[in-house]
Design a protein around this ligand. Structure first.
Ligand code: HEC
Length: 112
């Protein structure tokens, strides 16, 4: 019984389109941001940052292309402000986080 279910799930996973894979990146990036960045930054589409001097993530792309953050995130992002701890992310965490940041640039999807 369990094995049959496993095989079915594997087939479904194999059938995921690139779009779904990207949705997965975005969801994981959001989870990462919630766990690590949300104490200071507003990470969603609305709301103010809990720490007012930390820029809301949705405005980062107005300052620079968020893809350009990948190097900083890999080497350990350091800001001009000592309040922000230094973060060093793994490659897939960076891909996820940038996918999430990019998703904030797009208009929200119509409710499904
Ligand atoms: C303890 C609070 C805190 C946490 C947690 C935090 N930040 Fe920050 N972050 C700040 C502050 C404060 C600034 C503003 C720094 C400045 O203006 O010099 C900032 C700025 C930034 C900037 C803009 C840098 C620039 O030069 O424009 C980015 C990008 C950023 N944070 C990413 C992140 C990411 C990604 C995470 C989670 C992995 C995170 N931050 C977690 C406090 C925090």
């Amino acid at each position: 019984m369990r094995q049959t279910f496993g095989a079915g799930a594997a087939l479904v996973l194999a059938g995921l389109s690139a779009v779904h894979a990207q949705d997965l990146d975005i969801a994981q990036g959001r989870r990462f941001a919630e766990a690590n960045c949300a104490p200071c930054h507003a990470i969603g589409r609305y709301g103010e940052s809990p720490l007012p001097i930390a820029p809301p993530f949705r405005i980062l792309h107005e300052r620079y292309a968020v893809e350009d953050l990948d190097e900083a995130l890999a080497e350990g992002i350091v800001t001009g402000h000592p309040t922000m701890p230094q973060f060093r992310l793994e490659a897939d965490q960076i891909r996820n986080l940038i996918a999430y940041l990019k998703s904030l640039e797009r208009p929200p999807r119509a409710p499904q």
